[in-house]
Design a protein around this ligand. Sequence first.
Ligand code: ATP
Ligand code: MG
Length: 428
Amino acid sequence: MKKGILIKYGEIVLKGNNRAQFENRLIKDIKVGLKDVVSSVNVTKEQGRFYMEAPSEGTEEWMEAVIDVLQRVFGIIGICPVDVLENDDIDTICDGMIEYVKREFDEPHTFKVFAKRTNKQYPMDSMAIAAEIGSRLLDVLPDWTVDVHNPEIKLYAELRNRVYVYGKEIKGPGGLPVGTGGKGTLLLSGGIDSPVAGWMMAKRGVQLSAVYFHAHPYTSDRAKDKVLELARRVSAYAGPICVYVVPFTEIQMDIYEKCQHEKMTIIMRRQMMRIAEKIAEMEHSQCLITGESVGQVASQTLASLNCTNAVCTMPVFRPVIGFDKQDIIEIAKKIDTFETSILPYEDCCTIFVAKHPTTQPQLEAIIESEKPLVNIEEQIDRAVRDSERYLVRESGWKKIRIDNEEDEADKADADDEAKSSLTEIIEL
Ligand code: ATP
Ligand code: MG
C-alpha cells in the first residue's frame, strides 16, 4: 500500500473554461513552495483533486514537511493524508479502510462513510460502496457507531485513477493561487496592519511587491530589518516579494520645515503614495495596497483618506478598511506576523508627528500647504532612484545590487516563479 496526499482546491472549480489554467498555476505554486523542502515534487491531476505520492522511505517526515507548506498555498482548501490501494475491488477497498481506521484511531467514534467513483461503469454505485464499507467496519469494530447526521469521523473512499481511503482533512488557507490575480504594490510599514493587508490581497491571488519608507538615521537599520522580516513572513504565503526601501529623510525634513505641522502627516502620506505609485508602475503593478482602516488614526478618517487618495491614479486597495484592530490582530497572529510587528522599533510616521494633527483636512488647503515644497517631482524621482531593493523569500532576503548580473538574474527568476501563467485576460 502506498501513501500520499490528496489536495482539494476550492473556488477554482468554478472557473469554467479557465479552470485548467488555474489548476496549472496552483501546481506551479505548490512546486515553488516545496522547492527547498523536498527533493522531488510530483503533482498529478485527478478530477477536482491533486495527488502527491510520498516516498517509501522517510514517509512520515515527508508528510509533515509537505503538509506544513501546503497549509500556506493559497487555492488549497483541504489536505488529506491518504492510503492508496492496489485495486478497486470491493474487498480490497473494505480491507483498506479497516486497516486505515485501526491504524489512525485509538478510540471508537461515531462515523459516516462517503464514497465517490469517477468510473460510472463500476459495478456498484457510490451509495452501495459506502454501505458495504460501513457494514464491514461495524463487523470488525463493534464499538464504532454510524451517525449519518453528525458523525465525529467522516471516512472517504474515492475511486479515481487510483483508489484512496482517508478520514482526516487538514484545512488549507483557501483563496486563489498567487499569480492569478495580477500584481499589487504594498505599502509595508513595521506595524500590524500592512502585513495583514498584503496577505489578504495575496490570498485573492495577487502577487506582491512592497515599498517601505525609511527615514535614516531617525529610523534605524533594525527597523528596516523588522520590515524585511515581516515581508519574509508574508512571503511564506505570497511567494517571493521585491521590497523597495525608499530613503525618506530628505522628504520628511522638507515637509517638517516648510509645511504647517497639523497637516504634516497628510502631506507625508501623499508623498508616500506618489512614490509608491511610481514604483508600482516600474513593477507593472495594477494597484497599491495599504493597511489603513477607517478612523484608526487622524490620517485615516475619510476626509484624510480622500486627501491621500487624490494623488493616485492607480486604484488603492485597503483590505482591512472595515476591520477593528482586534480583527486585524487575530489574522496577524494566525499568519505569524504579530510577534514581529509588536517589536518596539521606531516608525518614520511617528517621528515627525504634530501634537494636534488635523482629522478633517480639506483637499484645497492641503494642496495650498504643499506649495512651499518646490521640488516635489525631483525629490520623488531621486527617492525612487536611490531606493535599495531586496528580494525576500521565505528562506531569507538578499539585496539586489544595481547592474549586478547575478542579482538581476535572481530577481528575474523570482519574477518568473511568481509570474502568472495566465497570459490572457481571465474570464471569471
Ligand atoms: P500598520 O498599518 O502597518 O500597522 P501603522 O498602523 O503605523 O502601521 P499608519 O502609520 O497609520 O499605520 O499608516 C497607514 C498605512 O500606511 C500602513 O498600513 C501602510 O500601508 C502605510 N505606511 C505607513 N508608514 C509606512 C512606511 N514607513 N513605509 C511604508 N508604508 C507605510
Ligand atoms: Mg495602521
